[in-house]
Write a protein of this length. Structure first.
Length: 129
C-alpha cells in the first residue's frame, strides 16, 4: 500500500491522502454545505413561509366551501323529494331534528330566540309611534 492510497484518521474519520480523493471529498462537503445553507435560508424566509401558509389555508377553505355547497344541494334535493312524497312526515322530521339540535347545543338557539324577540319588540314599538 502506497502513501497516496492510504488514509489517515482524524477524530475517528478516515481522511483520504490521495489528492484526487481529497478533491472529491471537498466537492461532496461543499455540495452538502450548499444544501444545508439553502435549507436554512428557506426556513429563515418568514415572508414566503407565511404566504405559503395563507395560500394553503385559502385553498383548504375554498375546497371545504365547495364541499359544503355540494352537500347543501344534495340535502335540498333530498328534502324536496321527501316533502313531495310525505309532506306531514317531512315537516315532523324537520321539527324533530330542530328540537334535537336545540337540546344538544342550546346556546345558538337561545341567542337566535333572543334576537328574534328583540326584533319583534322593536317592530312593535315602531308600530305604536
Amino acid at each position: 500500500m502506497t502513501a497516496t492510497n492510504s488514509t489517515s484518521t482524524h477524530n475517528g474519520h478516515g481522511t483520504p491522502v490521495d489528492p484526487e480523493a481529497l478533491r472529491q471529498e471537498i466537492a461532496r462537503t461543499r455540495a452538502s454545505l450548499g444544501e444545508t445553507v439553502e435549507a436554512l435560508a428557506a426556513k429563515a424566509d418568514v415572508k414566503t413561509r407565511a404566504q405559503d401558509a395563507v395560500h394553503n389555508t385559502v385553498a383548504t377553505a375554498k375546497l371545504r366551501m365547495r364541499e359544503g355547497v355540494e352537500q347543501m344541494a344534495v340535502n335540498a334535493t333530498y328534502a324536496r323529494r321527501e316533502l313531495r312524497m310525505h309532506p306531514r312526515q317531512a315537516v315532523g322530521n324537520s321539527l324533530r331534528r330542530m328540537l334535537d339540535s336545540a337540546r344538544e347545543r342550546p346556546a345558538p338557539w337561545i341567542v337566535a330566540s333572543g334576537l328574534f324577540l328583540l326584533a319583534a319588540l322593536i317592530s312593535y314599538r315602531k308600530g305604536q309611534q
